[in-house]
Design a protein around this ligand. Structure first.
Ligand SMILES: *Cc1c(COP(=O)(O)O)cnc(C)c1O
Length: 224
């Protein structure tokens, strides 16, 4: 019951133009289905293997976003399942996606993940590398960049995240103005349970919410 109420409350709160992704890591298919019943249309998955289990049960009645760190050896499976890969962070990964998608004749929409605070423990490209990476991806036929994503550093006070969201939005606008062929700046994915309101204020149009939908995560078997 609780999951339903959480989803309804969130959907009422967020503006119409903002896309809500339910971040489903560690959740059971039953929990995910409850969220879908309440109106969730996009599921975010961090792990390909975990996603496969949920996908087998739920299938294409929702869209699937990949929001974890994508390893090259998981790309073949990932491109079949996911509607958007939010975490593209290297040319090597883009090349692998391009190769696998060429075989399927599928154009894969992706977001470029920015490591906006240059945190050693996080993936994503540094702000000063974004332009070069996007220009190198531009000629790839089967990869279509649709925007940017960032995690941003975690703080107790969501206001502390605001400057990092602002910076990401600035990069988004700068890249948009450059009109790089095949590089579109349509989606800006930032904000999680504790920061989504600030993120929306700073221009996010995709938010990724786990805890605020499903409750606190209980880690089973070492998944983060
Ligand atoms: C887990 C996760 C989220 C959601 O985090 P919550 O704080 O539980 O809302 C969002 N984005 C990514 C990439 C995640 O891994």
């Amino acid at each position: 019951m609780k999951i339903k109420d959480n989803v309804k409350e969130l959907l009422e709160k967020i503006p119409q133009n903002v896309i809500l992704v339910a971040a489903a890591k560690t959740r059971t298919p039953e929990e995910i289905l409850e969220a879908i019943d309440a109106g969730i249309q996009i599921i975010g998955e961090n792990y390909v293997q975990e996603a496969e289990k949920a996908f087998a049960l739920i299938g294409r009645r929702v869209k699937w976003h990949f929001i974890g760190h994508l390893q090259k050896n998981k790309v073949k499976k990932a491109v079949k399942m996911f509607d958007l890969i939010e975490t593209l962070d290297s040319f090597e990964l883009a090349k692998e996606i391009d190769k696998r998608c060429a075989n399927l004749n599928k154009i894969m929409p992706v977001l470029c993940e920015i490591n906006i605070a240059k945190e050693k423990t996080k993936s994503g490209v540094y702000p000063e590398e974004v332009e070069t990476l996007l220009k190198s991806i531009s000629p790839l036929k089967y990869v279509k960049v649709k925007g940017l994503m960032t995690m941003g550093p975690r703080f107790g006070d969501p206001e502390e995240a605001r400057p990092y969201f602002k910076k990401t939005k600035e990069i988004f606008e700068r890249i948009k103005k450059m009109n790089i062929p095949n590089i579109e700046m349509k989606y800006l994915s930032m904000g999680m349970s504790n920061t989504y309101q600030v993120a929306i204020e700073e221009g996010a149009n995709i938010i990724r919410i786990g805890t605020k939908i499903f409750g606190e995560r209980i880690y089973r078997g070492g998944n983060k």
